[in-house]
Design a protein around this ligand. Structure first.
Ligand SMILES: [Zn+2]
Length: 160
């Protein structure tokens, strides 16, 4: 999964912390791919399969900086970076698990309309789970309360 870095410039650490604290300043762009394939046990029928498109999907992380970054700031920024990356990888893991679940359910596809309905159901379920994840961990600020394997460091940033 590629990681895209977005440089962000601040006046100083406090300015950066004000912007970076309490918000999800990174994101995971998740793309699914789907198809109708012959059912292995009954090749006369086709079933819906979904997967995360690992080529298209990516994570974007901020790369905050300001003129007087101290060694301690650098440490704190590195911690924020890895906590944000972990939170975003959680979004990806949720999508991968959902695609696997939907594929394992072997929803039959008999018509184009069935396919469209499955894609819509996938997107709706994905959106619901991603929102629930963000609600549970406050967009990463409380990542430490997430259930395993999503538990990780909180995405907080302090100047000290
Ligand atoms: Zn999130």
């Amino acid at each position: 999964m590629p990681v895209v870095v977005k440089p962000e410039f601040y006046a100083n650490c406090v300015d950066a912390a004000t912007t970076l604290s309490g918000k999800e300043v990174a994101f995971a762009a998740i793309y699914y791919k789907f198809a109708a394939v012959p059912d292995r046990t009954n090749p006369s029928r086709r079933v819906f399969v979904a997967a995360v498109d690992e080529q298209k999907s990516y994570i974007q992380l901020p790369k905050p900086t300001w003129p007087t970054v101290s060694a301690k700031d650098d440490e704190n920024l590195a911690r924020l970076d890895s906590a944000l990356a972990w939170h975003e990888r959680g979004h990806l893991a949720i999508a991968v698990a959902l695609a696997e679940e939907v594929t394992a359910a072997q929803h039959p596809i008999a018509s184009n309309a069935d396919g469209v309905a499955q894609v819509k159901a996938l997107f709706a379920a994905s959106n619901e789970r991603q929102v629930a994840y963000d609600t549970l961990v406050s967009h990463g600020i409380h990542q430490s309360i997430a259930p395993e394997p999503l538990r990780g460091a909180d995405t907080r940033f302090y100047c000290r």
